[in-house]
Design a protein around this ligand. Sequence first.
Ligand SMILES: [Ca+2]
Length: 148
Amino acid sequence: MKTKQIGIAGALAFGTVALMAIPTFAQKPFVDKARKMYELDAKNGTCALCHEIKAKEEPGKKNLNAYGKDIAADPDMKPLLGKDEKYKFSDAEIKILEKVLIKIEDLDSDKDGATNKEELMLGSSPGDPKSTPDKKALAKYRKEHPKK
Ligand SMILES: [Ca+2]
């Protein structure tokens, strides 16, 4: 009995440590920039903006969602990819990201009928086809922002 209890306690302690040690490879400066550009909140301004994270997974290049893939696929992004989380992105590099985000604003990465910009502005996720803007809000947004 005693050994079993110690075993459980040990497993719990180990689990906690393992949980804290999970590195995150989502690029925080990228999310921060997108949050600023589109005034995102905690609903869509998270690592889930570009990553589809299943249980026990960490955000990385393997679980990019459709929006994340479109960002990563842009040739201008090349010098910014594959950096570890300690890498300090320069202002010029963040400017590149901004340009790429603007470049793909009119794409519909997740093919749900709303463009990436529409989704970002209306609080849904541009990389998740199950997350779409409210129909009324989208119609209103399109009326106010007619395509040039
Ligand atoms: Ca979409």
